[in-house]
Design a protein around this ligand. Sequence first.
Ligand code: NI
Length: 217
Amino acid sequence: MDNLNNKFKEAYEKISYHVKEKLKGEKSGHDWLHVQRVIKNSLRIAEKEGGDREILRFASLLHDVEIGLEHEKGVDHATESAESARKILVRYGLPKKFIDKVVYAIRVHRYGKKIVPKTLEAKILQDADRLDSIGAIGIARAFAYAGSRGAPLYDFNEEVSEYDPFNVKSVVTHFHEKLLKVKDSLHTDAAKSIAEERHRFMVKFIERLMKEISGEA
Ligand code: NI
C-alpha cells in the first residue's frame, strides 16, 4: 500500500508541474488558477458528500488539460482532456480501475453536454467546476473569457437562447444563457449550498450593471 501511495504522490507532483506548464498563457479563464480552485472546490464538497479524494484530486487536476485544443481546432476539450489524462496516468502505472474513474469524470464534466454522471466523483467534479463559473469569480472569468474571444460586454440585439459553448456571445447574454442557470444544474447538496450566495451576488451585480448601462445609476 505504501508503494502505491508513493506512486500517487509522485504522479501528482509531476502531473501538476506538467499541467501548470501546459496552461501557461491560457487566456480564457481555464488556467492553472482555475485548476487549483476546482481542486479546492472538489475536496471541499467531498468533505460533506464523501467520494474518493484521490480520484477527485487527479480528475480536477487534469479536467481542462486540453483546453488549448478546443481553441485551436474546435474540438471538445472534455473528450480530449479525458483521453490525454488516460495516457498520462497509464505512464505512472496507476491502477486501471482508478484511471477509468478519473477519465470518466473528466469526459462528462462539461456543462454544455448536460450529462448526469453515474459516479459520485464525476458529480463532484462537475459541481466543483461549475461553482467556479458563478459568484465573484464567475463574473471575473466571464469578462476575461469574453476579452480573450473578442466578445463585447453586452449586446442587446443578441437573442438569449440555448447555451452553446461554440457560439461566443456577449457577457450579459452569457449570464442569461448559462451563469444564472448554473445553480439549478448542481448535483450535491454541499455545492448547492455554496452556490446560493454566489448566485445572489451575480443577480445583484447584473441588476446594478443594467442600471449603470441604462443611465439609472
Ligand atoms: Ni474547468
